[in-house]
Ligand binder design. Structure first.
Ligand code: NAD
Ligand code: MLT
Length: 532
């Protein structure tokens, strides 16, 4: 039967470069500007969605997203996604945090300079046929104090550039260390101190419960008379009616906004009627470079997530820093393989899973390997796709107890990952090791064996007596199955051994039954290693 391609909805406009990456493997449907009802009606068809800020992934939409495995945000802000609801449903949420940083940083400067020199107003005046040099007396940035709220990627970029303009920088960010403030040439201060000191105040905050309506009447009152505000972060951080009052009363000399509490901003008249207001329609990330950057980043994240791989930019799974990801990468196929084998060998429902790490793994954060082992165990038996977010919850829902431990004893192999799976019938133990950087299964229970987990494999525990290899090989050959490689374990126990046969295709069920009927065969298990 032909395998159905996974389906991805592109809900807001994103660059073709990202779409091309997704189309190589998946069915991509572009439907920008879907309204809420259309989204609710169609979201159930998709395995992944890519969006910017316009599409709202509310709990209501997520409840209908029965196939959805991943939500990819082509940009930074995820305030349009209910991450809690997504996590509860086992859906990975990822963003593209770096691709538009420079664009938003430069746009902040464009707004600040336009505000200081009233460029849009001067342009409009000329467009109306006037030549008015007196009306547009500006102020300089040099020697003025720039207050920054939120010194993350964009805040830091603004701070560095502002220094080249000769500005002094004072910043409020509760997560900013004194060392980083010093490196960035910024004075760290409280919120009140920043508000009192700033000639220009710029916001680079996420929208959270703490930052919503942060700039309100009381906080505006703390600012210097004649200060100016720039907001290219999130509209919900500023109470627009309080801002309008402060501009009207002359408390503030001007404001430049790129973002609004409700977007699109339908009623801009009140703001535009004021003399020194500069508005852009959420253009911070609207450069060719940024749109290509975020689209490519989010597409790679979606591909990784749909392949069941850990995603560096995922927001609701154990974070895997790129350096850690590079160290763990060779172990992922191993973790999947030991899971795949254990679930085939386990007799009855699994009660407990113990994962043991040795060698290089002892020093590393192995949470992503634990979830990979669970994917290897659960994906072959569950209808729904198991991923790094839902794996622990799915295991728990099946009553599986998960244990992890480091093994400091020296064995025959250095870098190993051992999986023990307990059922009511007994315990199975699979050991995987990295040899010259390549994954091998090196033990199954007490049997020492060595094979690379690739493609279809038949595992045959059997009586340790002459002629077994011939009988099994002959039956496979007679049924048109080519043997790519065969390993018999080095150690036999009490007259029994195991063979691992790499084949060119999976034997059908009747052939597996015929293999089981061979005198001396204890059991037959088939495993398909998809790799990563
Ligand atoms: P970031 O996560 O790198 O930085 C945010 C900073 O805010 C962090 O340093 C964090 O410690 C700080 N912070 C969090 N809560 C705070 C609080 N209560 N008070 C003070 N500081 C707090 O994010 P970023 O990439 O720099 O983006 C900043 C904002 O800009 C986000 O809201 C993002 O969505 C928005 N953005 C807008 C555009 C646009 O088109 N206008 C483009 C890109 C990003
Ligand atoms: C972001 O958070 O990345 C920005 O608001 C830009 C965008 O949505 O395009």
């Amino acid at each position: 039967m032909k395998k159905m391609k996974k389906k991805i909805l592109i809900a807001d406009g994103v660059s073709e470069l990202g779409i091309d990456i997704l189309q190589e493997e998946f069915e991509v449907v572009e439907r920008p500007q879907l309204d809420k009802e259309e989204l609710l009606a169609t979201i159930g068809e998709y395995d992944a969605i890519v969006l910017r800020s316009a599409t709202k992934m509310t709990a209501e939409v997520i409840a209908k997203a029965d196939r959805l495995q991943v939500i990819g945000r082509a940009g930074v802000g995820v305030d349009n996604i209910d991450i809690e609801a997504a996590t509860a449903k086992g859906i990975i949420v990822l963003n593209a945090p770096d691709g538009n940083t420079n664009a938003a940083t430069e746009h902040t400067f464009a707004l600040m300079l336009a505000l200081a020199r009233q460029i849009p107003q001067a342009h409009a005046s000329m467009a109306a046929g006037r030549w008015d040099r007196k009306a547009f007396l500006g102020v300089e940035l040099r020697n003025r104090t720039l207050g920054i709220l939120g010194l993350g990627r964009i805040g830091a970029g603004v701070a560095l550039r502002a220094q080249a303009f000769g500005m002094q920088i004072v910043a409020y960010d509760p997560f900013l260390t004194a060392e980083r403030a010093e490196t960035l040439g910024v004075r760290k201060a409280t919120l009140e101190e920043v508000l009192q000191a700033a000639d220009f105040l710029t916001l680079h905050l996420p929208l959270t419960d703490e930052t919503r309506n942060l700039i309100n009447r009381e906080r505006l009152a703390l600012m210097k008379d004649g200060a100016r505000i720039i907001n290219a972060a999130r509209g919900g951080c500023v109470v627009i009616s309080d801002l309008v009052d402060a501009l009207r009363s002359g408390k503030l000399a001007g404001a430049a906004l790129d973002v609004y509490p409700e977007e699109p901003l339908t009623d801009a008249d009140e703001l535009l009627a004021l003399p020194n207001v500069v508005l852009t329609p959420h253009l911070g990330a609207s450069t060719v470079e940024a749109q290509e950057g975020v689209a490519v980043d989010v597409a790679h994240g979606i591909v990784a997530a749909l392949h069941g791989e850990p995603v560096a930019a995922a927001l609701n799974m154990a974070p895997v820093a790129p350096e850690l990801l590079a160290l763990l990468q060779p172990f992922f196929p191993l973790a999947t393989a030991v899971g795949n084998i254990a679930v085939e060998l386990a007799e009855g429902p699994i009660e407990e899973v113990t994962i043991e790490y040795a060698g290089a793994l002892v020093e590393l954060d192995t949470r992503a390997l634990m979830t990979t082992v669970l994917q290897g165990l659960l994906n072959p038996i569950l209808q729904e796709a198991v991923n790094h977010v839902n794996a622990p919850a799915l295991a728990k829902a099946r009553g599986i107890v998960i244990k992890e431990m480091n093994n400091l004893n020296e064995g025959d192999y250095t870098d190993t990952l051992t999986l023990q799976v307990r059922t009511a019938a007994g315990t199975q133990r699979i050991v995987g090791a990295l040899l010259d950087g390549r994954p091998y299964v090196v033990a199954i229970d007490d049997y020492e064996i060595r094979f690379a987990p690739e493609g279809p494999l038949v595992l045959v525990p059997h009586a340790d007596r002459p002629g077994m290899i011939g009988k099994i090989g002959t039956l496979l050959g007679e049924n048109g199955i080519n043997i790519r490689g065969m390993q018999v374990a080095n150690t036999a126990r009490a007259g029994h051994n195991i063979m691992a046969i790499a084949v060119d295709r999976m034997p059908a069920e009747d052939l597996v039954a015929a293999l089981r009927d061979i005198d001396g065969v204890d059991a037959v298990s088939t495993v398909y290693f998809r790799g990563m």
